[in-house]
Design a binder for this molecule. Structure first.
Ligand code: NOJ
Ligand code: CA
Length: 703
């Protein structure tokens, strides 16, 4: 019996191998194998240095209202192999030149029964695999509805994962670190009270998903170029350790409306035995199309302050009045309403921020709560709350812009859409026109609350198309966009570089809503940041929020030195100094780092990296060539010990080191820091103790 079984297995393997197609990465470390299983089911595997990291995993899509799903019954067609190697220059970024180097295999498979063909295109980079489904124009496939995409990622073990809950409406979770088998038991409760917020499965997690195997291999599952398609989460079979794609549905429960010719986004698997390769990877960008904006001269990095933290902490309000329970934009005469006395966006207060920005070398001031509608929004889901053009009576739109411009500062517009997407689209042209009229070139948009129309989620195909529409429309007006609560970016900024920021993860605001995990910022670079920059809003110097608002007892779980390091570790061309001017004025010597640090880079060197524990990166400023370094630390005190061999050879530098003091601790002593100056060159080593929740930041000035 055993012999027969053996023979059967061997012939089965031979059958599979007969169709196997092998693709190797340029450096030869990764091997992808594509094969049709018996029954014509497409599968792939991925091996790193000869070790299988993705076991045989099925590929395919289940269709709605269609007799034949695209899951099996396929036969091999042609296989095209190519190789690609180019350098391209991002408009802004961590490096000035990005190499896009991969070997590609496009496999055409034909489903005999339906006479349909699908192309599965694989691109194997040194640090990972990207693949997508392509549906060429053909007689038997024109319009189709996706019931579910069934792409598997079969893991080879019970890995450690850094994960957030699968949720159609928010990504603003703290990460949980656990074995895959523990996800079910540790699944957190939904974090908002949105009626539609849906954690779809007790083992459902969002991408980007970071993992580490018992033998020290780092694996990241994500996607690239999510365009005209729903965002992908992953559902884990926690017995077999197999993830399967789970797309965000629309209000009808459908997962995608397609018309051939079309493609899915890229599904990505990054692999390395060195965690630094994952954070340094530009694979997600490389899987996106080159810029569609020809003239990009109007796109620029922005360092900004804002009338913002005072609202987030509850010290002041977005709304102008408490009087009006139901206000309809443009109908109620606000000049007759009684001001609540806490409105943040008053002309006098905004002027204070403009003066502070100008005095300290910032580019811009964000002002939230400038426009009518906030009274009406809270607690309601309405299709018509904001019109994005009508200021409150105490906000001098024209005068403030004039004042800002006279000091070399721009105001950043704020559009809280309240999730009313159609309302925003109806007003978009007039809103962008108003911005141009007064000289704004950047907008922060937001999608708080349930999406209107009702039943839609934050990451479905329909709303993903809206987010891109908003960016494309903004580009027509030469406006840069920073969208909060929108779908997490998947490298689209390569194509639309006016998308200079996104939130799409748990940002600093949560530190004022009760706090975030200490090691959050050591995980984000391995997950959220792989797809694009985050408007994380760092720079909090006062960790005791009750000092700002006595009725808010939140504590910011970070040392002050850690906050400085974030300007380097959390790459973004859009960086905020989020705290109140008065808190910066109390710590002027530490604030100097925020004033000095660059926000656009010609080169970046990841020096130390371990998800959940620490990250150290050095970056060379694009314009000045000046080096900066940032290091963030997780829960445990540690010594960061690094060679400074990235510095230019033959040069001597004064390094100013902003570090945790000996007794610093994120909880008990967060504001204890030291600043010291040492003379270094590229032969020097730096050894620095980092407090729990701490870190350090360095600026290097050539002597
Ligand atoms: C949530 C955003 O993340 C925050 O930055 C903004 O201030 C509020 N929504 C109000 O729009
Ligand atoms: Ca948010």
């Amino acid at each position: 019996m055993k012999k027969i079984l053996c023979l059967f297995l061997i012939s089965l393997t031979l059958l599979v191998i007969a169709h196997a197609q092998v693709l190797r990465s340029p450096n030869g470390k990764l091997t992808m194998t594509f094969a049709l299983q018996t029954g014509g089911t497409p599968t792939y595997t991925l091996a790193f240095k000869g070790k299988e990291v993705v076991k045989p995993s099925k590929l395919g899509l289940e269709l709605k209202n269609d007799k034949q799903s695209m899951l099996d019954g396929f036969e091999m067609g042609k296989v095209d192999n190519t190789t690609h190697d180019e350098n391209w220059k991002p408009v802004w970024g961590e490096v000035s030149t990005i190499r896009n180097h991969y070997n590609e295999m496009a496999v055409t498979i034909r489903q005999a029964i339906s006479d349909r063909i699908v192309v599965i295109r694989f691109r194997l980079f040194d640090e990972g695999l990207g693949f997508r489904y392509e549906f060429p124009e053909q007689k038997n496939l024109s319009y189709f509805i996706i019931k579910e995409e069934r792409t598997q990622f079969a893991m080879a073990g019970n890995h450690t994962a850094f994960w957030i809950a699968g949720d159609y409406d928010t990504q603003e979770y703290d990460y949980t670190t656990s074995k895959l088998s523990e996800i079910r038991a540790l699944m957190p409760k939904a974090i908002t009270s949105n009626a539609s917020q849906t954690q779809f499965s007790p083992t459902g997690v969002q991408t980007s998903l970071m993992m580490k195997t018992a033998d020290g291999i780092y694996i990241n599952l994500h996607e690239a170029a999510v365009i005209n398609y729903a965002a992908m989460s992953l559902n884990l079979d926690d017995k077999a350790m197999v993830f399967q794609s789970w797309l965000t549905p629309d209000a009808n429960g459908d997962k995608g409306h397609m018309q051939a010719s079309c493609t899915t986004p890229w599904r990505t698997v990054m692999v390395s035995d060195d965690a630094r390769d994952i954070v340094a990877s530009k694979m997600i960008y490389n899987l996106n199309e080159p810029s569609k904006i020809k003239n990009t001269s109007w796109i620029h990095p922005v360092k900004y302050v804002g009338v913002w933290w005072e609202m987030i902490t509850g010290k002041s309000s977005w709304a102008y009045t408490n009087d009006l329970p139901s206000v309809h934009v443009g109908i109620t005469d606000f000049s007759k309403a009684k001001p609540n006395g806490t409105h943040g966006a008053t002309t006098a207060n905004v002027k204070k921020y403009i003066d502070f920005a100008a005095a300290n070398g910032f580019d811009a001031v964000l002002v939230e709560g400038w426009n009518q509608g906030w009274e009406d929004w809270f607690g309601h889901e309405k299709d018509f709350v904001f019109d994005f053009v009508t200021p409150y009576p105490d906000f001098d739109l024209k005068g403030l812009n004039k004042y800002a411009h006279s000091k070399g500062i721009k105001l950043i517009m704020h559009h809280e859409t309240s999730g009313s997407v159609r309302n925003y689209e109806r007003h978009m042209d007039s809103a962008y026109k108003l911005m141009k009229q007064y000289g704004y070139d950047a907008v922060k948009s937001g999608y708080v609350g349930n999406i209107v129309p009702a039943g839609e989620y934050h990451y479905s195909q329909w709303i993903n198309n809206h987010y891109l529409y908003a960016i494309q429309k903004a580009a027509e007006y030469h406006i840069m966009v920073n969208a909060h609560e929108a779908v997490r970016p998947t490298g689209i900024a390569r194509t639309w570089p006016n998308m200079i920021g996104n939130e799409s993860a748990r940002g600093t605001e949560f530190q004022a809503f009760g706090g975030s995990k200490v090691n959050h910022v050591t995980i984000l670079p391995f997950t959220r940041l792989l797809g694009g920059p985050m408007d994380y809003t760092p720079g909090i110097f006062e960790m005791d929020i009750s000092k700002i608002n006595p009725s808010n007892n939140s504590h910011v779980n970070s040392t002050l030195a850690n906050q400085l390091a974030l300007y380097v570790t959390m790459y973004s061309p859009l960086q905020m100094a989020a705290d109140l001017p008065e808190n910066y004025n109390r710590f002027k010597d530490a604030f100097q780092f925020i004033k000095d640090v660059a926000i656009d880079w010609q080169d970046s060197k990841y020096l130390e990296a371990e998800p959940g524990d620490y990250l150290t990166v050095a970056r060379k400023a694009k314009k000045t060539g000046q080096w900066f370094l940032g290091s963030v630390n997780g829960y445990e005190q540690r010594v960061s010990d690094i060679p400074l061999d990235f510095l230019d050879a033959g040069k001597t530098y004064t390094a100013t080191i902003y570090a945790d003091a000996k007794d610093a601790h994120y909880k008990t002593n967060p504001q204890a820091y030291t600043i010291r100056k040492v003379v270094v060159n590229n032969k020097s080593r730096l050894s620095q103790v980092c407090a729990p929740g701490g870190g350090y930041a360095v600026s290097f000035v050539q002597k």
